[in-house]
Each structure stands twice: as structure tokens, then as C-alpha cells.
Ligand binder design. Structure first.
Ligand SMILES: Cc1cc2nc3c(=O)[nH]c(=O)nc-3n(C[C@H](O)[C@H](O)[C@H](O)COP(=O)(O)O)c2cc1C
Length: 227
């Protein structure tokens, strides 16, 4: 692992610890277990970084993966598909090496049973959820209360799927009454069109624009969550 590459992380940790002296203040570092691109972070880099983070007193690491160039929020292997989580095998490799620091893993979890199994199998101490919470902000509560057994479908095509969730976060931020429902094909089609327009607008301003940014869209079919 390049020391330079991780230096900023440790400088930030040092500064947090300097300013917040309460030992009950929890610090998590979310990091990539794999990046799927040349010169990117490898599982071995990740392992070494986790060991250094434990030394630095980090409470838990949250393992994820990929970059804007090398997308990873999809299954690369059948073995992980069966277990929902894209990065579960990395968590399994890293967890036994850490004595105090807890391991979480984020990416792919959609059902309560998938989440429970990941913890029960000992692969991870906890799980993180991203995109489903854009659609259903109360999903964790609903699962814990036994009202639902998992997240609804998301038909926004990969790799745009992250931006689709960004649109939902934007809707939540605007305090819309509805959040777009990506399990509705018509609503997804409206989003794809809005996203194409937004991308063209950005490219006209900045030709080398990256894929970040979220198409604004007023929901027509969705969840009446925000009442
Ligand atoms: C709108 C949006 C923005 C995100 N921004 C970040 C980010 O800034 N840093 C990061 O590490 N991950 C970011 N992620 C990735 C998520 O934290 C998560 O790792 C990813 O969505 C996979 O989990 P999921 O399958 O449960 O969605 C973002 C995801 C979404 C949907």
C-alpha cells in the first residue's frame, strides 16, 4: 500500500481525535476493498490499510468497492450473488485479522435474510445499505419491525443506478410528498430521459464532465413517504 495514498486518511483521523476527545465518539472509515481498475486499490492494499486503521484506533471499517471509472455496484461473481453482498468475501478475509476494529460491508444487500445471514455466518459484524434507502428512507425501521422482508426492486439500469438514487435524495431534500418508484418501468423511463437531458446540459457546459450529478425529476409514481 502506498503510504502517500492513505496519508490524508490518517491526517483526518488525527485531527478528529485532536478535536473530539470523547472516547465514546465513534469513527468509521469507509474504504474500497477492490477497485477493478489498473493501479487501483487491491484487496491486499485494503487488508494492510485495515490493519493500520486498527492501530489508529478506528472503531469500524465499512468495506465497499469500485470507482466512477471501474463500477462495482453489481455482482462480479456467482458466489457473491448467492450471498447478496458484492464484497462479502473481502469482509470475510479481513474480519479475522482485526482484534478490536469491527467490520461492516456495504453493497448489494436487499433482503433481511441476506443481511442476517452475512452477520450470522460471521463474515461481517454489520451491514450497510445505500440505494434502497433512497427509495425507502424508513426501510431499516420497517425491517426491524417485521413489516417488510426486504427492499423493493430498482429497475434503473446499471451503471446509472447510483444517479437514480441521487435523484431520489434530491426529491427527499425538496420535501416532495412522493419519492419516485424505480420498480415502476414508466417512472424509470421518465428518469432515463431526464438523465439524458441533464447529461447533455452538463456536457454543453463542461465537455469533460464526469458522471456525477443527479437529474432532477418530479415524481409521478412513488412512495407517499414524506407526509
Ligand atoms: C447517490 C449516491 C451517492 C454516493 N456517494 C458515495 C460517496 O460519496 N462515497 C462513498 O464511499 N460511497 C458513495 N456511494 C456508494 C454507497 O455508499 C454504497 O457503497 C453503494 O451504493 C453500494 O451499496 P448499495 O448496493 O446498498 O447501494 C453513493 C451511493 C449513492 C446511491
Amino acid at each position: 500500500m502506498s503510504t502517500n495514498r492513505s496519508r490524508i486518511t490518517f491526517e483526518i483521523i488525527d485531527e478528529i481525535k485532536r478535536r473530539v476527545q470523547d472516547p465514546s465518539f465513534i469513527i468509521c472509515v469507509k474504504l474500497n476493498s477492490v477497485e477493478f481498475q489498473p493501479g487501483g486499490q487491491t484487496p491486499d492494499d485494503c487488508k494492510n490499510l485495515c490493519l493500520k486503521l486498527e492501530e489508529a484506533g478506528i472503531d469500524f471499517v465499512d468495506l465497499s468497492g469500485g470507482t466512477f471509472e471501474g463500477r462495482a455496484f453489481e455482482h462480479k461473481k456467482e458466489s457473491t450473488k448467492a450471498r447478496e453482498s458484492y464484497f462479502i468475501e473481502f469482509a470475510e478475509m479481513i474480519r479475522p485479522l482485526l482484534k478490536k476494529t469491527k467490520v461492516y460491508v456495504t453493497g448489494g444487500f436487499r433482503t433481511a435474510s441476506g443481511m442476517v445471514n452475512a452477520v450470522r455466518d460471521g463474515a461481517t459484524d454489520g451491514v450497510g445499505i445505500g440505494r434502497p434507502l433512497g427509495a425507502e428512507p424508513y426501510l431499516c425501521k420497517e425491517i426491524l419491525e417485521g413489516r417488510v422482508t426486504g427492499a423493493i426492486e430498482n429497475f434503473v439500469p446499471l451503471p446509472l443506478n447510483t444517479q437514480g438514487t441521487g435523484t431520489q435524495l434530491h426529491q427527499i431534500g425538496l420535501d416532495e410528498r412522493l419519492i419516485s418508484d424505480w420498480s415502476d418501468e414508466g417512472e424509470v423511463k421518465r428518469w432515463v430521459e431526464a438523465n439524458e437531458k441533464e447529461t447533455a446540459r452538463k456536457i454543453s457546459i463542461l465537455p469533460n464532465v464526469d458522471s456525477s450529478g443527479y437529474a432532477p425529476l418530479r415524481p409521478e409514481v412513488g412512495f407517499d413517504y414524506l407526509r
